[in-house]
Design a protein around this ligand. Structure first.
Ligand code: SF4
Ligand code: SF4
Length: 244
């Protein structure tokens, strides 16, 4: 993000708007700490600056470009063609039958709300999940970045990039769930951020929700009534005639 020193009048209104704590006001004008900046564009989109001093950089170099992709919800991740940070299957509808049968999905939403994370922390979590037997979901932005999907490792050059959040997604089953949750419990004390864990499954039939709750309880989880439930509105394939 570029902050124009010529335009800034140092009013300080933008400081609280920045989720990254990256803006500070010096003697006369505000400035942005580039290391802390998520490139989320909140300051620009906020439109509260009296002089419109914020301007996003049009073309961010690699690997800094990842900051915007993982922090600006309007940015489109080219590898997945999905805006935001999760896959279509977990966010809206299981269009590819990913969670058919006894397959359970796990999502680990790292850095949210408003704490942020760096990819070295994301990698630490991925590594313990891989060791616990989680299979990383295809088409997920974090999976797409991995240089070794079996071990959950990320390229060295991206590890210091700071992002607002990153969603790790993986697949397991009823028997694989306890070791995955135990691994997450252990790694929680070794990362300097927050994460929330989601359990993703289909809920067929009238007893579907009860089935999910018993799965979560059995794995020492604590299901919350605020769980997100998506109704099936997705298309199975482009051009399908039975879905408008
Ligand atoms: S709101 Fe605009 S003018 Fe005020 S300190 Fe921030 S950048 Fe400068
Ligand atoms: S782009 Fe986001 S993190 Fe960077 S200065 Fe603006 S609001 Fe703060």
């Amino acid at each position: 993000m570029i902050l124009s020193e010529e335009l800034c009048i140092g009013c300080g209104e933008c400081v609280v708007v920045c989720p990254g704590g990256a803006i500070s006001v010096g003697a006369d004008v505000a400035c942005i700490d580039r290391d802390l900046c998520f490139e989320c564009c909140v300051c620009h989109r906020w439109d509260g600056c009296p002089t419109h001093a914020f301007e996003p950089e049009t073309s961010l170099p690699w690997p800094r470009s990842l900051r915007r992709l993982f922090s600006d919800p309007l940015a489109l991740f080219e590898g997945t063609s999905v805006s935001g940070r999760g896959t279509e299957e977990m966010k809206t509808d299981d269009v590819s039958d990913r969670f058919a049968g006894d397959v359970l999905g796990i999502s680990v939403d790292v850095g949210r709300p408003n704490v942020g994370t760096r990819f070295d922390e994301v990698e630490r979590i991925c590594a313990v999940l891989a060791e616990a037997g989680l299979r990383f979901a295809p088409d997920n932005p974090v999976t797409e970045l991995m240089d070794d999907v079996r071990r959950g490792t990320l390229p060295e050059e991206i590890r210091d990039e700071r992002v607002l959040s990153a969603v790790i997604e993986g697949l397991t089953d009823l028997w694989g769930l306890p070791p995955v949750l135990s691994a997450l419990e252990k790694v929680a004390g070794n990362v300097d951020t927050v994460f929330s864990v989601g359990l993703i499954a289909r809920t067929p039939g009238p007893d579907g929700i009860e089935r999910l709750k018993s799965i979560a309880r059995g794995a020492r989880g604590c299901p919350r009534p605020s769980a997100k439930i998506n109704l099936g509105l997705g298309k199975k394939s482009h051009g399908s005639s039975d879905c408008p």
